[in-house]
Design a binder for this molecule. Structure first.
Ligand SMILES: CCCC/C=C/CC(=O)SCCNC(=O)CCNC(=O)[C@H](O)C(C)(C)COP(=O)(O)OP(=O)(O)OC[C@H]1O[C@@H](n2cnc3c(N)ncnc32)[C@H](O)[C@@H]1OP(=O)(O)O
Length: 292
């Protein structure tokens, strides 16, 4: 195993994380080769910082999700690491959430493959044995917010443009039950009810008030704060913390695990509807025209 402090890392001989992109080989198998998930290891501290790097907005495309899933698997299986700091390498954006282009104008088989990957990243993050701290250094709507919600602790940089929330209703779509469960577990039923129905995106002060994040700090202190939170969490014996985490989260994860195939079918039939396709296209078009 080679560990290079402060660099994109080689975790196992010959496998370069962050240097991988999914492509189809002749036999249909996936190969990997690109630079979207940067891992900065601190082996002495047992911490890996994952920097999301899928410019311009870290939208969660199938390829990006696949790389992230592989990265998390490798870290989870590597006893060197006990904690992950999840942050962004894209200035001003943590993640714009699911890649709308994966949900528009594609076929049912693609939607099913995509949704399985979305479920997988959520399960991997939500059930991770490691301590996960989100250092949210940018806007974090929808799927971006969901990734942060899977973490054990959330630090948000204090910038009014860095809004966070599950805004699905604004797109004319519905947050799945497991997005909802994760939000309810974090901010409580009443606040989640209001936030989900209105598709609220909270600026930092409100995000802190509602419990969507645990701490708001000046932007230049986000990484140091995440490190100090991490050392506090890593001071707890792993077995006790991990079993407690599992006790708190298992029922929520099992809810999805038991209905995984049905959830995929629901997604495929919902997203394939003409009316939903139309809403998503209009939303994407609005995003594109915003600049002009
Ligand atoms: C049953 C279905 C359940 C599924 C649940 C869905 C969960 C989701 O995650 S849906 C995605 C929801 N995401 C959003 O609503 C965020 C949309 N984006 C934004 O609000 C802004 O882009 C953002 C605040 C993140 C950043 O703003 P800017 O810095 O001003 O960037 P631009 O808006 O100019 O965007 C640059 C470029 O990126 C494209 N873009 C943005 N978001 C997405 C996305 N989620 N998927 C795909 N592409 C995205 C945007 O269109 C611009 O493209 P170009 O015009 O081609 O440069």
């Amino acid at each position: 195993m080679a560990l290079l402090a402060g660099r994109t890392v080689l975790l196992r001989a010959g496998v370069r994380l962050g240097a991988e992109a999914a492509t189809r080989g002749g036999n249909g198998a996936r190969r990997f080769a690109s630079h979207r998930v940067l891992v900065e290891p601190d082996a002495a501290a047992g911490i890996a910082t994952i920097k999301l790097k899928n410019p311009p907005v870290n939208s969660l495309s199938l390829e990006f999700l696949t790389e992230l899933i592989i990265c998390l698997e490798k870290l989870e299986n590597d006893k060197t690491f006990r904690g992950i700091i999840l942050t962004s390498d894209c200035p001003g954006i943590f993640s714009a959430g699911l890649d709308l282009r994966e949900m528009c104008g594609k076929n049912p088989a693609h939607y099913a493959e995509y949704w399985r990957a979305v479920q997988e990243i959520w399960l991997k993050l939500y059930l991770s044995n490691m301590v996960l701290v989100a250092a949210i250094n940018g806007a974090s709507p929808a799927g971006g917010c969901l990734m942060a919600l899977t973490c054990d602790y959330r630090v948000l940089a204090d910038n009014p443009r860095y809004r966070i929330g599950l805004n699905e209703t604004l797109l004319g779509i519905i947050a799945p039950f497991w997005f909802k469960d994760n939000l309810v577990n974090t901010i409580g039923h009443r606040a989640a009810d209001r936030a989900l129905q209105l598709g609220l995106l909270f600026p930092p002060t409100e995000a802190l008030q509602v419990g969507m994040v645990d701490q708001v700090v000046p932007e230049d202190q986000i990484h140091s704060t995440a490190l100090s939170v991490m050392s506090q969490w890593l001071a707890i014996p792993d077995h006790a913390r991990q079993l407690t985490k599992s006790m708190m989260r298992k029922a929520t994860a099992d809810h999805l695990i038991k209905q995984r195939e049905a959830d995929i079918q629901n997604f495929v039939s919902f997203i394939s509807k003409d009316s939903i396709q139309k809403s998503l296209q209009v939303y994407l078009e609005k995003l594109k025209q915003k600049k002009h």
